[in-house]
Design a protein around this ligand. Structure first.
Ligand code: BES
Ligand code: ZN
Ligand code: ZN
Length: 491
């Protein structure tokens, strides 16, 4: 989609026009005739939220009335979701270029609407041989958006687009090696971003017992990708160094990169395997986040650590009863090969803690079915260790951008569920209860004293049924949350 800022006079405008009507404003500011104003007024007396379409042959006027008295985040989310409905309507009308303006609306409301249109306009159609509808051009009233804001948003939306595309790609067309190559080639084009791709031999040299074990049943080699972006200028660093020494240390972003999760020898039954191409959504999210931060020159120092492999039952596949020695020396008894995510993440988290002296480690992972059972598809299950402030901040930002998270407890009582008789830990808990929490507790062991936030995105990374404003399939959920968290973070 092409975005332009334009001067738009709604009364004389020639073309398909979308008009956002928030607060009651003087009737003469509306692009409507007398009868039309009466209609809009009577509809608004009944209910604030509705869409009306007026024929202005050969064009159309789409008027969306909305309730601007709700709290700001709800109001903006409603606009994002209405954008998805509007898109269905303009698809029927085969609109190619749409102009956007309004009265009685705030700039952030217009931006939320445009964001909703953008998110809803994405679909995974590269394998479809029939033409698919997409909006070509969006002309936005320049009164509502600065060119800087539009450009920064576009950069973020582009990264969300690519995140979704990677997650939607089947493993046959995106495996650990090709994904790593793709990340390296993007990094090469970005200023201030470096990329190191470690292959199987290097991963062996690092003794990443978790990543290597999960990879054993696959013909495809694993990769361990490290991306680094340092957007903190020397000036900022010197200023901060006076106050606190640790703050310019990097934030480490760890992402689960299971390119496909068959379950391994504990193979997933029936249709549980479907959609497991999305089990690398954590890695796609963290890579896209780092790229978006670099695109927009955010003053943050980030390191993304992405362990990549598929989980298969072939060859010498790792098995229950195996005992693994992880990167940091912790031993783990394998109880279930389908609890593979925590094994590859444990190595990456321990690697981050040991080598980067991070101010914070955040991971994103499609980790447990239990997270979906607990809160369905409406948010992220989060846990924090020594990181109350970042978690509070994430919760707040999550409310604002409507990618919400809910905190699960780190209580010590859960520790005994992941204790093993024959190793330090077991990879699947002794109790079937609290599966999301025991997985998070397992990971927290490897972060040691480093402030650590765990985000279980199993419920939100991929929508089987369409969910507004994202639609169907990979969502990129969490990217707007994490990006705005980084943007608002004080150095
Ligand atoms: N990738 C799955 C978790 C998952 C399930 C993500 C559904 C998205 C939707 C993960 O590797 C897994 O299989 N977890 C097991 C853990 C169990 C064996 C302890 C689970 O949740 O059942
Ligand atoms: Zn699994
Ligand atoms: Zn998995």
């Amino acid at each position: 989609m092409i975005y332009n800022r334009k001067k738009i006079d709604s009364k004389t405008f020639q073309g398909d026009l979308f008009f956002l009507y928030g607060d009651d404003v003087a009737e003469r500011t509306l692009p409507l005739g007398k009868k039309e104003i009466e209609l809009v007024k009577s509809r608004r007396a009944e209910k604030r939220d509705f869409l009306l379409v007026f024929d202005r042959l050969p064009y159309r006027l789409y008027l969306l009335s909305f309730d601007s008295e709700k709290a700001a985040p709800e109001c903006q989310e409603k606009l994002r979701c209405s954008a998805m409905q509007l898109l269905k309507r303009i698809e029927e009308d085969r609109v190619a270029t749409l102009a956007v303006t309004g009265e009685g609306v705030l700039p952030e409301e217009v931006l939320a609407f445009v964001e909703g249109l953008t998110l809803a306009d994405y679909s995974f159609d590269r394998y479809r041989t029939k033409d698919c509808y997409h909006l070509d051009t969006l002309d936005i009233d320049e009164r509502y958006l600065t060119s800087d804001d539009l450009e920064a948003s576009q950069q973020l939306w582009n990264r969300i687009f690519w995140c979704r595309e990677w997650v939607n790609l089947p493993v046959a067309d995106l495996n650990a090696a090709s994904f790593a190559d793709e990340l390296a080639s993007i990094a090469a084009d970005l200023q201030d971003v470096s990329c190191t791709v470690m292959d199987k031999r290097q991963i062996e040299a690092l003794r990443m017992g978790g990543l290597l074990a999960v990879n054993r049943g696959s013909v495809d080699e694993p990769r361990f990708v490290v991306l680094e972006y340092d957007g903190v200028t020397k000036l900022q660093r010197d200023k901060v160094a006076k106050n606190s020494a640790t703050h310019t240390n990097p934030i480490c972003l760890v992402g689960k990169g299971i390119m496909y999760d068959t379950g391994g020898l504990n193979i997933k039954p029936d249709d549980y395997m479907q959609e497991m191409k999305s089990d690398m959504a954590g890695a796609a999210t963290m890579a896209s986040l780092l790229f978006a931060a670099a695109d927009n020159h955010l003053p943050v120092h980030l390191v993304a650590l992405l362990p990549l492999t598929d989980n298969r039952p072939g060859f010498n596949a790792y098995a229950a009863d195996d005992i693994l020695t992880m990167y940091d020396g912790t031993t783990v008894e394998v109880v279930n090969t389908d609890a593979e995510g925590r094994l590859i993440l444990a190595d990456a988290i321990a690697y981050a803690a040991k080598n980067y002296n991070p101010s914070l480690i955040i991971d994103a992972a499609t980790l447990t079915g239990a997270a979906v059972r607990a809160i369905s598809t409406f948010g992220i299950a989060a846990m924090a260790q020594n990181a109350d402030n970042p978690l509070t901040m994430l919760k707040l930002v999550g409310q604002q951008v409507y990618e919400r998270l809910v905190e699960f407890p780190m209580w010590k009582e859960y520790d005994k569920f992941i204790e093993s008789d024959i190793a330090d830990l077991r990879n699947s808990a002794t109790s079937p209860q609290a599966g999301t929490i025991t997985a998070g507790k397992f990971l927290a062991h490897f972060a040691k004293e480093v402030p650590y936030v765990h985000l279980d995105i199993a419920g939100v990374a991929y929508f089987t049924k369409a969910q507004a404003p994202y639609g169907t399939g990979a969502s990129g959920y969490g990217l707007r949350l994490l990006y705005n968290f980084l943007k608002n973070r004080d150095l």
